[in-house]
Write a protein that binds this ligand. Structure first.
Ligand SMILES: Nc1ncnc2c1ncn2[C@@H]1O[C@H](COP(=O)(O)OP(=O)(O)OP(=O)(O)O)[C@@H](O)[C@H]1O
Ligand SMILES: Cc1ncc(CO)c(N)n1
Length: 311
């Protein structure tokens, strides 16, 4: 490795004792993508595949000190935020990001764990919107998080586009509204990976028309998963095969960590997003089936596939 430039990424997030989400998922993902990982822990959660049974937030200054410590010594090429828990931590983290002038910033606006545990206090949403989103290069809400940020219900792909525009106006250069919670497109459209570009502010679809329709969350009849990307002017839909599985603990953390790793390596955000989709697709597909509930994804699946395809 001597002489090679090492790409470095920092995750500012909560610890998941079960290892599938939070800091643990982020560091595993950075490592798998050849990026040196560092962490600033905001809270310790007591968590396994069955749910969260305890949350112990750290004082805001503890998060800030960790960021200052690694930022001033090792250096940071890209940074992501995950669980931030309260407004004090959000303000402290935002102040450090601003001071360092970091621009490759991914904000995963983690709010609620799969089992319903609160990972962000409701009164902290305003701080997230006002302090952190303006610093984001990419923000990656799932559908319920996008509903909270945009202040509207999301039932159709058109609603999702509307919400993306509202969130975009809060400052991030790119908004990715992930489709894991979208269960009701009815399975029409592409199966397998595809990119459909939608042009312009009127949301006219240029590609195929398979993603429209009313949907209800949790309907596992949906055959594809679509992540919607908005760059302030154009919409892009990244679609993939929906894997029917309960083992989706930490999908959002893993996706945003893979995206952050790509940014740390200097990739343009749209390219890093496509690789992150491939990474999470492989991680969900090659199931580990650990624990008795929503198991973690397989963080080494993508690397193994790459190794096989390189042979
Ligand atoms: N069943 C699935 N099959 C394929 N891809 C999926 C599936 N579920 C989620 N994904 C992908 O995983 C990524 C994360 O999406 P998701 O909406 O699940 O995030 P999330 O709710 O924030 O996750 P979590 O809160 O569990 O960390 C997205 O790229 C999404 O397309
Ligand atoms: C610590 C932590 N961060 C994020 C999530 C969301 O997946 C979780 N379950 N736990």
């Amino acid at each position: 490795m001597t002489g090679l430039r090492i790409s470095k990424a920092l995750t500012i997030a909560g610890s998941d004792s079960g290892g599938g989400a939070g800091i643990q998922a982020d560091l595993k993902t950075f490592q798998e993508l050849d990026v040196y990982g560092m962490s600033a822990i905001t809270a310790v959660t007591v968590q396994n595949t069955l749910g969260v049974s305890g949350v112990y937030p750290l004082p805001p200054e503890a998060a800030a000190e960790q960021i200052r410590s690694v930022g001033s010594d090792l250096g940071v090429d890209a940074v992501k935020t995950g669980m931030l828990f309260d407004a004090g931590i959000i303000r402290a983290v935002s102040a450090e990001i601003r001071k360092f002038g970091w621009e490759r910033v991914v904000v995963d606006p983690v709010m609620i764990a799969k089992g319903g545990a609160e990972l962000l206090r409701q009164e902290a949403v305003l701080a997230l919107k006002e302090e952190l989103l303006p610093l984001a290069l990419v923000v990656t809400p799932n559908i319920p998080e996008a509903e909270v940020l945009a202040g509207m219900a999301i039932r159709t792909m058109q609603d999702r586009r509307e919400a993306a525009k509202i969130i975009s106006a809060m400052g991030p250069k790119l908004v990715v509204i992930k489709g894991g919670h979208d269960g009701g497109d009815g399975g029409v459209g592409n199966v397998g990976n595809a990119v459909n570009t939608v042009n312009g502010a009127n949301g006219e679809k240029a590609g195929n028309d398979g993603h429209e329709g009313i949907y209800e969350r949790g309907d596992s009849g949906n055959m594809e998963v679509v992540d919607l990307i908005y760059n302030g002017g154009n919409f892009t839909e990244l679609s993939g095969k929906r894997i029917p599985t309960v083992h989706t603990h930490g999908t959002g953390c893993t996706f945003s960590a893979a995206l952050t790793a790509g940014l740390a390596k200097g990739l343009p955000a749209p390219e890093a997003i496509v690789i992150a989709r491939d990474f999470i697709q492989a991680a969900i597909e090659d199931v580990l089936a650990l624990g008795h509930g929503h198991g973690p994804t397989n963080h080494w699946a993508y690397r193994r596939r790459m190794a096989v395809s390189a042979r």
